[in-house]
Design a protein around this ligand. Structure first.
Ligand code: PEP
Length: 256
């Protein structure tokens, strides 16, 4: 069995003013535990990326990601940022397809397929989110729903490209609700996702894929979730805004 290193990404969403963002990042850099190969990323508001870069560069152990980007390199898209811009700032990761982008900004699987392609073409790592709403889970159709999202947004990629994507399974009913998927529910879906990729791209690609769980991960439940064989870490919203909580989640990943 392939040993995959863990990943922990904190998604700040549209939170924290400028001085709080600097303070939190300084605190994390100063108190980071031993990582044991765990990757740590802060997905921050784009306006803070440049300032935070000089803080995380102090020890080079934390990466920064944007929370979104457009599918075009430049042009008349007021308010948007491009993968090319991120690359030019030496920002190498970007979240794509978060359920809040899908829901509030009508981002379709097709649009996301164009974004993923563009992000990869610039050599950036997409952190690609998928996950079902509560109504789908209640009908027990979550496997079909999530695999359809992946098929429509990812399956145009080559095996080499897919291997560069980090996936985050985020059941919408667990995001920001305090209602976490059980470790068994997370494991079940992660295994479905890995098997789906295995069918299309083969076992060698599938077994190396990083698949994060997101949805009310916190300092108390992280270790249990991360102990599941197909859960390679977490995409963490609310708990990433508190240094102590986020540091405990990083420790849980590093020790799992
Ligand atoms: C998220 O923002 O992707 C998320 C999972 O949020 P939370 O941890 O707050 O549920």
């Amino acid at each position: 069995m392939v040993k995959r290193n863990k990943w922990v990404a904190g998604n700040w969403k549209m939170n924290l003013d400028y001085s709080s963002a600097l303070e939190l990042t300084n605190n994390l850099v100063a108190n980071l535990p031993g990582l044991n190969g765990t990757s740590v990323t802060l997905c921050v508001p784009a306006v803070y990326l440049d300032a935070l870069k000089s803080i995380v560069n102090k020890n080079g152990l934390i990466q920064l990601a944007a929370q979104n980007c457009h599918s075009e390199d430049k042009g008349a898209f007021t308010g948007e940022i491009s993968a090319a811009m991120l690359k030019s700032m030496d920002i190498n990761q970007v979240v794509l397809g978060h359920s809040e982008r899908r829901e509030y900004f009508n981002e379709s699987n097709k649009f996301l397929s164009e974004k993923v392609f563009k992000v990869l073409s610039h050599g950036l790592t997409p952190i690609f989110c998928c996950g079902e709403p509560l109504s789908v889970r209640e009908e027990n159709k979550q496997n079909e729903f999530v695999t359809n999202q992946l098929e429509e947004s990812i399956f145009h990629l080559s095996a080499e490209e897919v291997a560069k994507v980090v996936f985050a399974y985020e059941p919408i009913w667990a995001i920001g609700t305090g209602r976490t998927a059980s470790a068994e529910q997370a494991q079940e879906m992660h295994a479905v996702i890995r098997h789906f990729f295995e069918q299309k791209y083969g076992a060698a690609v599938a077994e190396k894929l990083i698949i994060l769980y997101g949805g009310s991960v916190n300092a108390s439940n992280a270790a249990t979730l991360f102990s599941m064989p197909d859960v390679d870490g977490g995409l963490v919203g609310g708990a990433s805004l508190q240094a102590n909580d986020f540091l405990q989640i990083i420790s849980a990943a590093a020790n799992s």
